[in-house]
Structures are given as structure tokens and as C-alpha cells.
Design a binder for this molecule. Structure first.
Ligand code: ADP
Length: 210
């Protein structure tokens, strides 16, 4: 989520739009899902928000909704203060090649494919996407997603930390070396203790003979 926002921050800044990100602390490090798909959906929604917002703000928020057994439902919302979408267009906007008004493509460019791809990806992840918009006031897209609970054994790629694999590899190697060194130290100390105890026993034994 942070990656996607960071990537588009420059674009927002160029248009003098505030791009805010709120990630509920409860979500951080506790959920895992398909980071690639999630990034694609979010990038698309934020790109649209930037494109259709002449001025104002874009708020991106990731919140924990509820826990359901092994799953956690999160909501990911992208809300803008842009041109909005007419009510009668809101339903079809997720269909391929549909744009809110025919002049949109001329003014803003685009293919009308972005949202249909988003909807498909969200569906593949087992979630839903909805929108709430008022012409002239803004648009809010909310994605509801079921994610897994991250445990110790969760592959880091699922935690969205795939890029950190090389650093983690060297950290793991360093830990292994440290562990080996500590084990060796412990063995030495144990040996030294045995020798000392042996010497003490000898001394006691010797004292006993006097
Ligand atoms: P594209 O942006 O390439 O035209 P999309 O499928 O991403 O295709 O979006 C379809 C249409 O939905 C857009 O052309 C636009 O009319 C409308 N739309 C999408 N996002 C927004 C938004 N944040 N604010 C206003 N209109 C939007």
C-alpha cells in the first residue's frame, strides 16, 4: 500500500493535490495477501483519483474491518474531491471500455479498462468493490478484502516484503554465524567450568588428606 502511494506521490504533487495515507496500526504486519494484485488495484484507483481531481485531496486508507476465523477483512479506500461520477453511470463504470461521459476520454485520456480490471482482480481475491460518488463533489472507492493472518511461517513474499529477500538472506547468514559462535563459546565455557570444578575437587581431596 505504501509502495503504491509513494510511487504516485510525485504525480499528485505536480497537480498540487494532497495525497494522504492512513494505515490502521492493527493491520501492519498482521495480515498477508497477494501484494502484487493489491498494488495493481490501488495504483489504478489512485491514478484515476489523481486524473479526475483538478484540486483538493485524495485520502487512501487501509483499515481492519473484522476477524472471521482464520481471515481478517480489511477495507481499502481511495477518496477524492474530484469531478465525481453521475449516478446513472456508477453501475456500469466497472464494465470494460465504459467511461463516465464520452468527452472524458478526450479530456483525460484512458481506455475505460482500468476499473474493469480492478473489479476482476478484487473478485479473484475474494473481495468486493463499491463506489460512492456525487458529481462535482468527489468519489470514494472502497475495496473489501479477506486476507490471511500473518504467522511466523508466512512467506515474506506474501507480506509484501519480497524486495527485501536479499537483505533478509544476509541477515539470516549473519544470525547463523552468530549462533555458531555462541554455541562454541558455550562449549568452551562449559569445558573451563569442568576443569575448574575438577581442580577444586582435587584441592578439596588434597585438603582432606591433610
Ligand atoms: P480510464 O480511466 O482508463 O478511462 P477506468 O476504467 O479506470 O478507465 O475508469 C472508467 C471511467 O470511470 C473513467 O473514464 C471516468 O469517467 C470514471 N472514473 C474512474 N475513477 C474516477 C474518479 N476517481 N473520479 C471520477 N471519475 C472516475
Amino acid at each position: 500500500v505504501e509502495d503504491a502511494v509513494e510511487l504516485l506521490a510525485d504525480e499528485a504533487q505536480r497537480k498540487k493535490i494532497d495525497l494522504n495515507l492512513l494505515v490502521e496500526p492493527a493491520v501492519i504486519g498482521t495480515v498477508c495477501g497477494d501484494a502484487g494484485r493489491l498494488r495493481q488495484v490501488l495504483t489504478n484507483l489512485i491514478n484515476n483519483a489523481i486524473k479526475f481531481t483538478p484540486q483538493g485531496t485524495i485520502d487512501v486508507a487501509l483499515r481492519l474491518e473484522r476477524e472471521e476465523g482464520e481471515q481478517v477483512w480489511v477495507s481499502l479506500s481511495v477518496a477524492d474531491t474530484g469531478i465525481g461520477i453521475e449516478t446513472d453511470k456508477q453501475r456500469s463504470i466497472f464494465d470494460a471500455f465504459v467511461q463516465a461521459d464520452s468527452s472524458t476520454s478526450r479530456r483525460y485520456g484512458g481506455s475505460g479498462l482500468g476499473l474493469s480490471i480492478c473489479a476482476r482482480l478484487v473478485q479473484l481475491m475474494g473481495g468486493t468493490i463499491e463506489l460512492d460518488s456525487a458529481p462535482g463533489q468527489g468519489t470514494r472507492f472502497v475495496v473489501h478484502l479477506p486476507l490471511g493472518v500473518a504467522t511466523e511461517g508466512t512467506p515474506i513474499t506474501q507480506l509484501g516484503l519480497g524486495d527485501m529477500e536479499p537483505q533478509l538472506d544476509s541477515a539470516r547468514a549473519a544470525l547463523r554465524m552468530r549462533h555458531a559462535a555462541l554455541t562454541q563459546q558455550r562449549t568452551h565455557r562449559f569445558e573451563a567450568l569442568r576443569v575448574t570444578r575438577h581442580q577444586q575437587q582435587q584441592r578439596i581431596g588434597m585438603a582432606g588428606t591433610h
